[in-house]
Write a protein that binds this ligand. Structure first.
Ligand SMILES: Cc1cc2nc3c(=O)[nH]c(=O)nc-3n(C[C@H](O)[C@H](O)[C@H](O)COP(=O)(O)OP(=O)(O)OC[C@H]3O[C@@H](n4cnc5c(N)ncnc54)[C@H](O)[C@@H]3O)c2cc1C
Ligand SMILES: *[C@@H]1O[C@H](CO)[C@@H](O)[C@H](O)[C@H]1NC(C)=O
Ligand SMILES: *[C@@H]1O[C@H](CO)[C@@H](O)[C@H](O)[C@H]1NC(C)=O
Length: 542
């Protein structure tokens, strides 16, 4: 009897799933050894990589940056496939991130903040972050990154000789301390979008020092992040990736079933141990399943685990479900806005100077000076920037409650909310006006001089295939939980081995939350299977 090929099914055609498939398929030994397919619930490949188009420009709805080009496998693929150059402009944020084009920081009410004030708080914040990233193991006293940062700010103020509540000339209602705190808050809000932790008080301090970053520049991919995904998928045979195949249940064999039931009619001795059920009622069996669905999808899956609607049957062991519940998975969304074309020549001139790379500094929640018409969901937005020099498309990032709210808002409400906000920061024609915006005046004016014609936003929080954006180590969790996420099932050696393997961004201890973390996790699980079969191969003379 000819041995049946082992069947491997990968759930999810995102970075982790496609990397695993690519590795399994391109390892010369394995091509004839496995039957391989990827089942993807959505109608496209890429998962949280979703390169799209808006107002004629290529934009990223999900993953955007290569976080450090030194040693990044994503950078390597992008380079090899010539994806880093493009004739057309792209979302390169050439002014937003660094020194080439200076960002302009404006405080609510239209007060341009002097660079020296911004820089000193920015330096303070960056130093605190560097300290946290190197400290973690040493100092056990800190619980959250949020509390550490606030202590740092207090210590900074404590070390200052001069009065922090001194008047600042030309800053209206703001004094020095209020401006400094608001700039610090702006950096905290950037950190919220970087980590997806809605509240930094819930972001574990120790884990900060385990997180690894690649050295070198951070860049975006000129031909789109999807070009990396397409390159990985291009080697797979036709039909290998099946779209629109949402898995609703994963039946597998573990200890509990083994001891609780004596019947052998679904015994693994005679058929494949894992059975996948799909939304359309169809079923597929497999020897090995690599689960790459997001931590958000796993959290939802275990919420129903005691009922029949649970995704895993039998339910996942408690070491898994506990890690899944403890780890954090937040919502981050991107909002793109297109500025209207102006027909007036004079205004055209004005615009050719470009919309500024604007950083916004807001009054704190308890302040009486808050401009009442700025919606709450705009108040933690740190920047609004053109996606490249002189582009008419602007981008803002949102996290937490604000990001979720954005998903439910009508386009018109978003346009009004952003316009009103901008009218409290800029004068007409996107000019900086240095304190001339008076909140009395705004409320009588038409909401804004800035005309927005169109918006596009991502919806990672409510999309049932993601239920959030990326993972973080929440207070109460730790790097160990990320390792537990990666452990294959079943744990016991007497059962068919490696039935369920786990890959995906949330299974990587030091590179979680990134595309390269997802990539490494896919490689890891492919190698786990390859290693397993090489051993078996030697025994069985394959
Ligand atoms: C707004 C945003 C910005 C980001 N920015 C960056 C960045 O700048 N740099 C960076 O490195 N990373 C960034 N990331 C993170 C990065 O996108 C992810 O870490 C990475 O893409 C995750 O890949 P994955 O394969 O682990 O998961 P996914 O991409 O989520 O792939 C899982 C796949 O499983 C599918 N699926 C889910 N449930 C089922 C089911 N029941 N049946 C079948 N299929 C299912 C999903 O449709 C999905 O395609 C960002 C993410 C977001 C949302
Ligand atoms: C963007 O424009 C600014 C000034 O207009 C210029 O200094 C900068 O080099 C430009 N950046 C790129 C990448 O073209
Ligand atoms: C992916 O991009 C398309 C637009 O190209 C959009 O319709 C879809 O909502 C995006 N997905 C998510 C989860 O944001």
């Amino acid at each position: 009897m000819v041995a049946e090929k082992a069947r491997i099914v990968i759930i999810g055609a995102g970075m982790a799933g496609l990397t695993a498939a690519n590795k399994l398929y391109t390892s010369s030994v394995s091509r004839d050894m496995f039957e391989l397919c990827i089942v993807e619930g959505g109608s496209r490949i890429g998962g949280r990589i979703n390169t799209s188009e808006f107002g004629g420009d290529r934009i990223e709805m999900g993953a955007t940056w290569i976080h450090g080009i030194g040693g990044s496998p994503i950078h390597k693929i992008a380079e090899e496939t010539h994806s880093l150059e493009s004739e057309q402009p792209w979302e390169c944020m050439d002014g937003g991130s660094d020194d080439d084009v200076p960002t302009t920081t404006v405080a609510e009410g239209g007060f341009k903040v002097e660079p020296s004030i911004v820089d000193s708080i920015t330096d303070l914040f960056n130093n605190l972050m560097d300290y946290a990233r190197s400290d973690g193991k040493v100092s056990g006293s800190q619980k959250s990154l949020g509390s550490f940062l606030r202590q740092g700010l207090e210590a900074y103020w404590g070390s200052m000789k001069e009065q922090r509540d001194e008047e600042l000339k030309g800053y209206g209602n703001w004094n020095r301390k209020l401006v400094e705190e608001a700039i610090f808050t702006m950096h905290e809000n950037i950190q919220r979008t970087d980590t997806s932790a809605s509240d930094l008080m819930n972001l574990d301090y120790k884990a900060e020092s385990e997180y690894r970053m690649f050295p070198g520049e951070e860049i975006t991919i000129a031909k789109g992040y999807l070009s990396v995904i397409e390159s990985l998928a291009s080697v797979l045979p036709a039909g290998c990736v099946q779209l629109g195949r949402k898995v609703s249940k994963i039946e597998w064999q573990n200890e509990r079933e083994d001891t609780n039931s004596n019947n052998n009619n679904n015994g693994y001795c005679c058929s494949k141990p894992v059975k996948l059920h799909f939304g359309d009622g169809s079923v597929m069996s497999a020897d090995h399943v690599i689960v790459t669905v997001s931590l958000g999808v796993l959290k939802a899956a275990i919420r129903h685990e005691d009922s029949d609607s649970g995704m895993f049957c039998p339910p996942l062991p408690s070491f898994k479900t506990e890690a899944i519940s403890r780890l954090g998975f937040g919502v981050v969304n991107k909002l793109f806005l297109q500025l209207s074309q102006q027909h007036d020549d004079e205004e055209e001139d004005e615009l050719s100077n470009g919309f500024p790379y604007l950083q916004m500094v807001f009054h704190p929640p308890d302040s009486q000076f808050r401009h009442k018409k700025i919606p709450w969901w705009m108040r933690r937005t740190s920047s609004l920037c053109p996606i490249y020099n002189n582009s008419r498309v602007l981008l803002s990032w949102f996290a937490g409650e604000e990001a979720l709210a954005l998903e439910t808002l009508e386009d018109e409400d978003i346009i009004n909310g952003v316009s009103t906000t901008l009218s409290s920061f800029l004068c007409s024609n996107h000019r900086l006006c240095n304190g001339n915006v008076n909140s009395e005046e705004i409320s009588h004016q038409h909401p804004s001089e800035v005309k927005i014609s169109k918006v596009l936003k991502s919806k990672w929080g409510t999309d049932p295939l993601f239920l959030g954006s990326y993972s973080y180590v929440a207070v109460g969790s730790s790097g160990d939980d990320l390792d537990k996420m990666a452990e294959p099932l079943p744990s016991s050696g007497s059962l068919p081995p490696l039935q369920i393997l786990f890959a995906g961004e949330a299974t990587h201890r030091t590179h979680y939350s990134t595309t390269h973390g997802a990539y490494f996790s896919g490689l890891r699980e492919a190698n786990r299977l390859l290693q397993h079969y090489h051993c078996v191969g030697i025994h069985n003379n394959y």
